[in-house]
Design a binder for this molecule. Structure first.
Ligand code: KG4
Length: 337
C-alpha cells in the first residue's frame, strides 16, 4: 500500500510516499528556517503563506521521486494536529482536495504520533508495546505506546517544551534560531561542570518543567556581564545540555522502571541532540533496557513519519471525511477528528 503523506504543522512543508508503513519511497522537506531566523522564531502568518506557495511543488516532487502518478497512490495521510493552526490548515485542505479528486481515503495523523513512528521506519523489528520520550520544539511527553494507535500519557511538560528551552536559552547565549543544534555543537568544546544550573521539581515525578532553567541561564549571563567577567559560552552550552539531558533521562528511565518497561524509544527534533542520545544510551545499558532512536535525518519534522503512522491509522479504520478540521492542540491519547 503506497501512502502519500503531507506535513505542514510548523515551518517545514513536507511530502513523502511510504510503502506498507515501513518503507520510505520518497521524502521531500522544504524548510522555511532561514526566513523565520530573521525574526528569532517562527512567525505563524509567514509560515502559512510559505506552505501555500510550496505545497504543490513539494507533493509533485515526492511523487516524481517515487516514480508514481497521483492516481497510483492508495491513500492520502495528513498531519491535522497539533501545530500552528494556519499552517496545519494548508496541509489539511490540500490533502482533502487531493483525496476527494483521486477518490482515495483521507487519513488524519496526530503530529506526535508521527514523530514516534519515525522509529518504525528506522527499526523494522520495533513493535508496541514500549515507552517513548518525545521531545520536540512544541511538545515534551513520556508516553506508553500500548499499540500503534493506542497511547497512555505518563508525563508532560508543565511549561516550556524541551526544544523551546533549547531555543530560548540558545537565543540568550547569542545563537541563531533554532538554537538547539548550535548548543549541541558548542557543547562539544565546553566544560560541562563549569556552571551550576538548577533542576526543577514537579508534582508528578514524570512531568517536566524547563522555564526555571531557561531563566537561570538568562540570570547567569546577566550576572556575569554585570560583574564584568567573561562568559564561557561553550561551557554554558555544555552545562545546559548536560542538565536537560539528565533531567529527561532520569525521569524517562524512572517512568519505564516503575511501569516494568524494558523496551524504550526516543523521538522528536531534540532527539537529534548528541548529549541526550549518549546520556540515554548509557542509562538504558545500565538498566538493561532495549533503546530505539531514529537517525538524525528522521528526528525533525518530515512527512515520511506521517506516512508511516498514517498506515497504522488506516489499518485501525481512522479515515476522515471532507469535513476534517485542523486543531492547534490535541492530546496524543485522545486524538479525535
Ligand atoms: O520536531 P521538530 O523538528 O519540530 C517540532 O515538531 O516541534 O523539533 C524542532 C526542535 C527545535 O526546538 C530545535 O532547536 C530542536 O528540535 N533541535 C535540537 C537539535 N536539533 C534540533 N535540539 C537540541 N540539539 C539538537 N541537535
Amino acid at each position: 500500500m503506497d501512502i502519500l503523506a503531507i506535513e505542514s504543522s510548523c515551518d517545514e512543508t513536507a511530502a513523502a510516499v511510504v510503502r506498507d508503513g515501513r518503507e520510505i519511497i520518497s521524502s521531500v522537506v522544504a524548510t522555511q528556517i532561514e526566513e523565520h531566523r530573521l525574526y528569532g522564531g517562527v512567525v505563524p502568518e509567514i509560515a502559512s503563506r510559505r506552505h501555500c506557495e510550496s505545497i504543490s511543488a513539494v507533493v509533485s516532487e515526492a511523487l516524481e521521486k517515487a516514480s508514481l502518478k497521483s492516481s497510483e497512490v492508495d491513500a492520502v495521510a495528513v498531519t491535522y494536529a497539533p501545530g500552528l493552526i494556519g499552517a496545519l490548515l494548508v496541509g489539511v485542505n490540500y490533502a482533502k482536495g487531493l483525496s476527494y479528486s483521486l477518490g482515495r481515503p483521507l487519513v488524519p495523523v496526530h503530529h506526535i504520533r508521527g514523530h514516534i513512528a519515525a522509529n518504525y521506519l528506522a527499526h523494522r523489528e520495533l513493535e508496541p508495546p514500549y515507552m517513548c520520550l518525545v521531545v520536540s520544539g512544541g511538545n515534551s511527553i513520556i508516553v506508553m505506546v500500548k499499540d500503534y494507535t493506542e497511547f497512555e500519557l505518563i508525563g508532560q511538560t508543565v511549561d516550556d517544551a524541551a526544544g523551546e528551552a533549547f531555543d530560548k536559552s540558545a537565543r540568550s547565549m547569542g545563537f541563531p534560531y533554532p538554537g538547539g543544534a548550535f548548543i549541541d555543537k558548542a557543547a562539544k568544546s565546553g566544560d560541562p561542570t563549569k556552571y551550576k544550573l538548577p533542576r526543577p521539581h514537579t508534582v508528578n515525578p514524570y512531568d517536566f518543567s524547563f522555564s526555571g532553567l531557561k531563566t537561570a541561564v538568562i540570570n547567569l549571563i546577566h550576572n556575569t556581564q554585570q560583574r564584568g567577567e567573561t562568559l564561557d559560552i561553550n561551557s554554558l552550552a555544555a552545562c545546559f545540555q548536560k542538565t536537560v539531558s539528565e533531567i529527561l533521562t532520569d525521569k524517562f528511565i524512572g517512568a519505564a522502571l516503575e511501569n516494568g518497561c524494558k523496551k524504550i524509544a526516543l523521538a522528536g527534533g531534540v532527539a537529534a541532540n548528541g548529549g541526550l542520545r549518549r546520556t540515554l544510551e548509557a542509562a538504558a545499558e545500565k538498566n538493561e533496557m532495549e533503546l530505539f532512536i531514529p537517525p538524525v535525518s528522521l528526528c525533525g519534522d518530515n512527512a515520511a513519519m506521517i506516512g508511516c503512522q498514517g498506515y497504522y491509522e488506516f489499518l485501525a479504520g481512522n479515515i476522515a471525511k471532507t469535513d476534517l478540521n485542523a486543531y492547534a492542540t490535541m492530546r496524543i491519547d485522545k486524538a479525535v477528528f
